[in-house]
Design a protein around this ligand. Sequence first.
Ligand code: 5AD
Ligand code: SF4
Length: 452
Amino acid sequence: MQTKQAYIETFGCQMNDRDSEIMGQLLEQAGYSLIDNRENAALIVVNTCSIRGKAEQKAMSLLGGLRKAKKLNPDLIVAVTGCVAQQEGEKLQERMPHIDLVVGPQNIYQLPRLIDTVRSSSKPSTAIEQTDNFLIPSFLPNLESPHSSPFRRFVTIMQGCNNFCTYCVVPHTRGREVSRSPRDILAEVNHLITKGVKEITLLGQNVNSYGLDRRSKGENYPDFPNLLRMVASTDGLIRIRFTTSNPKDLSRSLMNCFIDLPKLCPHFHLPVQSGSDRILKKMNRKYTVASYLDLVAELRTIRPDITLTTDIIVGFPGETDEDFEGTMQLLEKIRYHGAFSFKYSDRPHTVSAGFSDKVAEEVKSERLSRLQERQKQITLERNSEFVGQVLEVMVESQEQNTRGQWCGRSAGNLIVNFTGGTNPRQGELYNILIEKECLHSLRGLIQQQEGV
Ligand code: 5AD
Ligand code: SF4
């Protein structure tokens, strides 16, 4: 029998990337082969994100475009997964009858069975049940998948979120926090190492609260710093990262991991969202600008070489010029290595969607471009601080780019393009002398032929 071809399109975060990997593996086990384009696919999975209005629009416009593909090939199965699927449920199929299957984030593990049911019944189907007692299945990834890096992988340690920031759709789409068992996490890490993986990023919406859900039920789960220590003691792993953290839960014991665990990369993504206490309160963030600055100071005392990145929302309802100036001042005080910044958008079911004092679109745009311009300068200045330093870089690409450069990543998570040396090996560390800063990367020269 000819193998059926499946195409997966992914929007959104690393959590969604990981879910797409899992779905890809399940589909391969069910006899599909994964392809890189939609044209010849018998199954198209659109793994959606609804974090901001724009992300949702992108997914909806791709889905709208598939109407034609379905008309040309009525046997094509169109499945929608991810956060828009959870949020909209059956309404998606009412709006777009060419969608065969809608599957929420907790239900992706049944994807092949759900597809079989749709095929055999020729009826559309929806699976978006969500429970607080959900268990992330034990799951070992298949590294044969050509779609992921062979040496850098993500391991999900928890799903969902309990924080209910007033702007955020995630608690509504991904449900309550559910921690995965340390046994399953370590089994997956060990499996990845035996397949040659060198760098692991532990993933969760708020990794700092790892294990709380289970400990509150009397189970003997470690907290996040202890989980990090367990993962770090695994032989064969060179680098560990984690994402994402809510500043309100960042503990001294997590900071100490940056002293004690040499494998833990000195990069911290610490979303601040706003530099105004008034807005932070309206966002339900549960920290103040002063307490955030204290955390940053402490982190920098512990690891002076740590690179800091953040997320910022501009134009949250009620944000005045003065509030926004607070955010601009925060950029000057912290001088992040990088910042992801967004215009506020209303999301379904969120508290802030109901706030009446919305900021005009032109004001949001103007604030965003001012912030991004300033952050660009700061990023360049920060990157120039690396010039003259020798950084340990893990090689990412097996091939040179058109400029004859190899590409890798520093421990601080900066992309480093470099020349010199012959065929540096993917997944290995090399010392690179940094010669020049760019906005999104550094340029350098290899210092030694052999991996360090
Ligand atoms: N509007 C704009 N940005 C948002 N984010 C989350 N929700 C919204 C929203 N409603 C941003 C936050 C978060 C990042 C992933 O997306 O900055 O940290
Ligand atoms: Fe998007 Fe958030 Fe869902 Fe990730 S968890 S896909 S960022 S809405």
